[in-house]
Design a binder for this molecule. Structure first.
Ligand SMILES: O=C(O)CCC(=O)C(=O)O
Ligand SMILES: [Fe+2]
Ligand SMILES: [Zn+2]
Length: 664
């Protein structure tokens, strides 16, 4: 017996477990990220779990790695749970491999993380390249002195009696105060005829005057919103209402720096660092078309080098680290608009919406925009709450998964909170979803999941033994896109592989049986009539499916009219030609918007990302999700247009149409 074998033989239980995990990490990296590890020793290692995406900062990881030798480079890609390290010599990297595999370190929040290292040919990362700032956006550093910063911060009295201050909102997740005009989050508007007494604080007036003279701003603003964010707080992605405010909107960052994310409707995200005492100026495209928002978290991924202060956080992986957030107070100045907006972005302009309202989409581009706004953005916002209502797997889906041979590779396309990823431990399951926040939830549960669009899944053709698509295809806005999503599922399957597909049915009453969804309505009818003609879709969806979970109480949303949006990022839908569904009633249209009332602290005792512009005493914001509900036979007809498949089974299951396909 050689010594190597002998040492293997003597591996303790824990060591064996680590070895298994290390091998698992190797597979995950390959399958998930396309990163190949090698078995022979090289100078470079990939450190699984030691990444910015796991809240491990450069400052924490580097000293650990340096204990094993001279580190030539440490590459930390943004939002990834791993990093790459290159040592000067192979001996050093070998030492790291031997001593750090299975090593426990603590992340920036003090939680334990175990590192798994594998050799790679090269420590490399495709850099994103320098992105440009959104057009019309500027960050002016050091626009005010520290003295002025102090004076400004002192000018806001947060301790005033809130009863007498209708313009101060002690929100649960961030504090807000308005001057000049009150901003109403119920309709994302200001009351133009009712300026607040007192106008802007004097100190602001003089600062604005100065900026105007120096050419930093083009007009004098008359409305001020002061937001105060504690670490972990944020503001949902939104565009400030076009019809409420003029073009130029500026925001002064005080107290602490923060990273703000700008998103183009196409999905491009540009993270922008706003240093302390800097002024963010949003005009043109960046003000009208791009959303801006602050992700609720305690750390931001930032450039490590000192030279870099404001602007884009690039993908320069040799220079990224984490920065702990402090309390940031922002002064956002806007000018109230007196005439309708006539910007060049009619698709996202509420003033111009009547002519170009969100209606049934006619082109692929319109469909994709509709999905972006009424599906993707909404799931991003409601992810935590949504997830808290999704516990119980549906029996027929469990049955399908349990019947698959062990070792099958199964993809869950549109995996949501990963409810099905752990059903059958004998399977190798991977999930993907369009929502980063839902994928994050899957990862928290240690499932393998990644973000992608169901129309372009980055998995090799013919590589899956099975796929599931649960409650996903009904979110595509044209027949062509629904077929394309089905086609993509089939592409992933190997010949003989099976796909299970569930979509919401138009028929909520079938064979004289009302679906649970409608039955629940009857039960709560009395109560419902007492309060309003609107009920909670969240309860509806929970009860509609065999997915009741522990969501026993509906959010207390007594009297919100569906036609009224609450909160940022749920665009006014009154002008939309798409009907808004009344919860727990039959469908009257196949294409519709279904409201979701956001409950702000879902899950009992569970922590939730602080989010949303409304206070705890307010009803949560309402979001609208687009659905195309399927008629009987419609799913089969769509499947029949696909080549190389046969339909093994089709059935109705609690308000859903379901098919099982096989690739031939
Ligand atoms: O905190 C900020 O800088 C931005 C605030 C904001 O976007 C808003 O209140 O509309
Ligand atoms: Fe804003
Ligand atoms: Zn506009």
């Amino acid at each position: 017996m050689d010594s190597n074998h002998q040492s293997n033989y003597k591996l303790s239980k824990t060591e064996k477990k680590f070895l298994r995990k290390q091998i698992k990490a190797r597979h995950t990296l390959l399958r998930h990220e396309g990163i190949e590890t090698v078995s022979c020793a090289t100078q470079s290692l990939i450190v699984a779990n030691g990444g910015l995406g796991n809240r491990v900062s450069r400052n924490q990881l580097l000293p650990v790695l340096e204990k094993c030798g001279l580190v030539d480079a440490l590459l930390m890609p943004p939002n990834k749970p791993y990093s790459f390290v290159r040592y000067k010599t192979v001996e050093e990297s070998k030492k790291a491999y031997d001593t750090l595999n299975g090593k426990e370190i603590v992340d920036d929040l003090g939680q334990k993380i175990i590192l798994y290292l594998n050799f790679v040919e090269k420590a490399q990362w495709k850099e994103l390249g320098l992105q440009a700032l959104p057009p019309g956006l500027m960050v002016i550093e050091d626009i005010i002195s520290s003295e002025d910063e102090k004076r400004l911060l002192e000018s806001v009295n947060w301790t005033e009696d809130t009863d007498n201050q209708n313009f101060q909102k002690s929100l649960k997740h961030r504090r807000v105060k308005h001057f000049g005009y009150e901003f109403h989050y119920e309709n994302n508007h200001v009351d133009k005829d009712k300026p607040l007494p007192g106008g802007l604080p004097d100190i602001c007036d003089s600062i604005l005057e100065k900026w105007l003279k120096e050419g930093f701003i083009k007009h004098k603003h008359d409305q001020l919103t002061v937001n105060q964010y504690e670490p972990g707080h944020g503001i949902p992605a939104h565009v400030d209402t076009h019809s409420a405010f003029e073009d130029e909107i500026v925001s002064l960052s005080l107290g602490s720096e923060i990273v703000m994310d700008f998103k183009h409707p196409d999905g491009v995200t540009v993270p922008v660092m706003l240093p302390c005492r800097s002024l963010l100026v949003m005009t043109g495209e960046s003000r009208y078309l791009w959303t801006h928002g602050i992700t609720p978290r305690k750390f931001d991924t930032v450039q490590a080098s000192r030279g870099h202060k404001s602007g884009i956080i690039t993908g320069d992986v040799e220079d990224l680290t984490l920065s702990k957030r402090g309390i940031r107070t922002s002064f956002t100045f806007r000018k109230v608009r007196q005439t309708p907006c006539n910007c060049s972005y009619p698709l996202v302009c509420d003033s111009q919406m009547k002519e170009t309202s969100t209606s049934f989409p006619e082109s692929d581009k319109e469909a994709s925009q509709l999905e972006q706004e009424y599906v993707h953005q909404v799931y991003e916002e409601i992810a935590r709450h949504f997830s808290s209502t999704r516990h119980t797997p549906w029996p027929h889906i469990v049955e399908f998964l349990k019947a698959l041979p062990s070792g099958s590779l199964v993809a869950d396309i549109g995996c949501g909170n990963g409810k099905y990823l752990g059903i059958n431990k004998e399977l190798y399951m991977i999930g993907c979803d369009r929502s980063q926040n839902l994928v994050d939830i899957c990862r928290e549960k240690h499932y393998q999941a990644f973000v992608c669009d169901a129309l372009a899944v980055p998995i090799r053709s013919g590589s899956c033994d099975a796929c599931i698509s649960i409650a996903v295809i009904h979110h595509f806005a044209t027949a062509e896109r629904r077929v394309a999503a089905l086609q993509e599922l089939v592409r992933l399957l190997r010949p003989g592989g099976k796909a299970l597909i569930y979509v919401w049915a138009m028929e909520q009453e079938y064979n004289n049986n009302k679906s649970k969804y409608l039955r629940e309505n009857r039960i709560s009818q009395e109560k419902k009539e007492e309060i309003s003609n609107d009920t909670s879709v969240q309860e509806l969806l929970v009860k509609q499916m065999p997915d009741v979970g522990n969501q026993d109480s509906a959010p207390s949303v007594p009297s919100i009219n569906d036609f009224q949006d609450r909160g940022y990022n749920s665009r006014k839908v009154t002008n939309s030609k798409l009907p808004i569904h009344t919860n727990r009633t039959s469908f009257h249209s196949q294409d519709l918007l279904v409201p979701w009332h956001l409950k702000e602290n879902p899950g009992k005792g569970k922590s939730i990302e602080p989010f949303g512009p409304l206070g705890s005493h307010d009803p949560g914001p309402v979001f609208h999700r687009y659905y195309h509900v399927f008629c009987e036979g419609e799913m089969e007809a769509a499947c029949q247009t696909l080549s190389n498949i046969s339909i093994l089974q089709s059935y109705y299951d609690q308000g859903n149409w379901c098919v099982i396909l096989q690739k031939v």
